[in-house]
Write a protein that binds this ligand. Structure first.
Ligand code: R5P
Length: 270
């Protein structure tokens, strides 16, 4: 891996632990203003300092985030559909690599829809993005999207999607936790992070998923709704950080969450 690529990736996957806590707020690119992201700037201000990286679109970055933040940016560069459209898989590359460089992104993210109608298009988009990334030292994150077809969250399907992304040359993959997750990790030669999916009934359900995924080899999480829609997003991030960076047990993380976070301005990562 070239120096620039390595350097960018090391801003996201922390070299001291080999792990990462990414905060995803890119949902608006096809879902519009979901709960707690009506004003993304307001939502992230108190919690951003507890995350290792921020995943979002260039529109929200430029309009709602201060340019003096130190958090590495994972820029969503695929889209072109909405929740109202016929098929979520009909995505294209929506951001030029030049613009990703202009906003000083540390990685670019694109969804692939393996098994969906536009599978081919999304995979070709991915390979094109990897080529462009190689040209300028930009890591690519493949997001293995399952859209509305949640039944596809099986080790068999996710192994297939993650492995294809890795074969295409991406630097890391985002997927979902599932039963048999260790099989997904074992057959994917690049680091994996997990999404949280729609808000679960309790925060403890999300902590359980994070804990199981880390135990089974994920390098981290790239979670959104289970953090920013939580009753206490700071406490949630503190608990997830303990799991991801310190190998804390589910029980310990639950106790951290119950202890609560700092209300108001985020202070420092802990
Ligand atoms: C999809 O909307 C995005 O790629 C999200 O970044 C991803 O699904 C992670 O967010 P969440 O944990 O809310 O699923």
């Amino acid at each position: 891996m070239d120096w620039g690529m390595k350097n960018r990736l090391s801003r996201i996957i922390k070299p001291d632990t080999g792990h990462t806590v990414m905060l995803a707020i890119d949902h608006g690119y096809f879902l519009g203003p979901i709960k707690k992201l009506e004003d993304p700037g307001e939502t992230i201000a108190p919690i951003l300092s507890y995350a290792d990286a921020l995943m979002l679109t260039r529109g929200v970055l430029r309009n709602c985030v201060d340019a003096d933040i130190q958090s590495p940016i994972v820029l969503r560069v695929s889209g072109g559909n909405s929740i109202l459209g016929k098929d979520l898989s009909n995505e294209d590359i929506t951001v030029a690599m030049k613009d990703a460089l202009r906003v000083n992104a540390s990685a670019v993210a694109l969804s692939i829809y393996v098994g969906a109608e536009y599978e081919h298009r999304t995979l070709v988009n991915l390979s094109r993005l990897v080529d462009e990334g190689q040209d300028c030292g930009m890591p690519v994150l493949a997001v293995t999207a399952v859209g509305k077809e949640l039944e596809k969250r099986s080790a068999r399907f996710l192994s297939l999607a993650c492995r294809i992304a890795a074969e295409m040359g991406v630097q890391f993959v985002k997927t979902y936790y599932c039963e048999g997750f260790e099989k997904v990790v074992k057959s994917c030669p690049v680091p994996l992070v997990i999404a949280g999916g729609p808000k679960l009934e309790t925060e403890f359900d999300a902590l359980r998923i994070a804990s199981e995924a880390i135990k089974r080899g994920a390098v981290g999480v790239d979670m959104g709704r289970n953090i920013f829609q939580s009753s206490d997003p700071v406490a949630m991030l503190k608990a997830i950080r303990a799991i991801v960076h310190e190998g804390a047990s589910f029980e310990k993380a639950s106790a951290i969450f119950k202890g609560g976070g700092v209300k108001g301005k985020g202070k420092k990562k802990g």
